[in-house]
Design a protein around this ligand. Structure first.
Ligand code: DX5
Ligand code: ZN
Length: 218
């Protein structure tokens, strides 16, 4: 389905060659580039911060979709906006003032995303829907690529799709997306699929063709 966007996560790319990897996946059909920022505190893993985002920005022709798995978030919003993020997604679980965080993201000139861990419900969403451009439903516990898809989230996505109605809000799915799980999520109402291991597997900087085949298979 051409209306479904695929957002490869560079968490599964060759870290020594981000520029080339981004150019390759975009040439092979990626719609957005998903950047996983982890702080070793909100999630048990460390990745990268604003300077890396600024360094890769010139290599991204599409959308730079930055997923902030950090707490606190607010002190870093301006730095990620300055680094060139188009979308900044913060977690509902990252602090007590998510409403303020979403205000700050839009004030910094970015589209605002709200991510939900697998154990988080939709109860708070009605009070936040007018502040967000994207909801990211995590289908793994955040922190690592290559984990197994959590099927209980299918029902959450269906209920989220009903709640959103015809508002212009993306439903993005992140974690464990494969050619097997992707159709479950698009049928449930998702329109953006993040995929790390399923996009980058079998390819390399020297041999990027598998990225295209992998994207088309999702
Ligand atoms: C997980 C990250 C995901 C991850 C997806 O914490 O937010 O974006 O890289 O990787 P796969 O597709 O391998 O599950
Ligand atoms: Zn992510």
């Amino acid at each position: 389905d051409r209306s479904i966007k695929i957002a490869p996560s560079i968490l599964s790319a060759d870290f020594a060659n981000f520029g080339k990897e981004i150019q390759s996946v975009e040439a092979q059909g990626a719609d957005w580039i998903h950047v996983d920022v982890m702080d070793g505190h909100f999630v048990p893993n460390l990745t990268f911060g604003p300077p890396l985002c600024a360094a890769i920005r010139p290599h991204i022709k599409t959308v730079m979709d930055v997923h902030l798995m950090i707490a606190p978030v607010d002190p870093y919003i301006q730095a990620f906006a300055d680094a060139g993020a188009d979308i900044l997604t913060a977690h509902l679980e990252s602090g007590p003032h998510v409403h303020r965080t979403l205000q700050a993201i839009r004030a910094a000139g970015c589209k605002a995303g709200l991510a939900l861990n697998p154990g988080t419900g939709l109860e708070d969403l009605p009070y936040l829907l007018d502040m967000i451009d994207l909801v990211c439903v995590m289908t793994v516990n955040p922190g690592f690529g290559g984990q197994k898809f959590i099927h209980s989230q299918i029902d959450k996505v269906k209920r989220l799709r009903e709640m959103i109605g015809d508002r212009p809000i993306h439903i993005e799915i992140d974690g464990g997306i494969t050619p097997e799980t992707a159709p479950l999520m698009t049928a449930a109402g998702a329109d953006v699929l993040v995929a790390g291991s399923a996009v980058f597997k079998g390819g390399s900087v020297e041999n990027p063709a598998p990225y295209g085949a992998n994207i088309r298979a999702i």
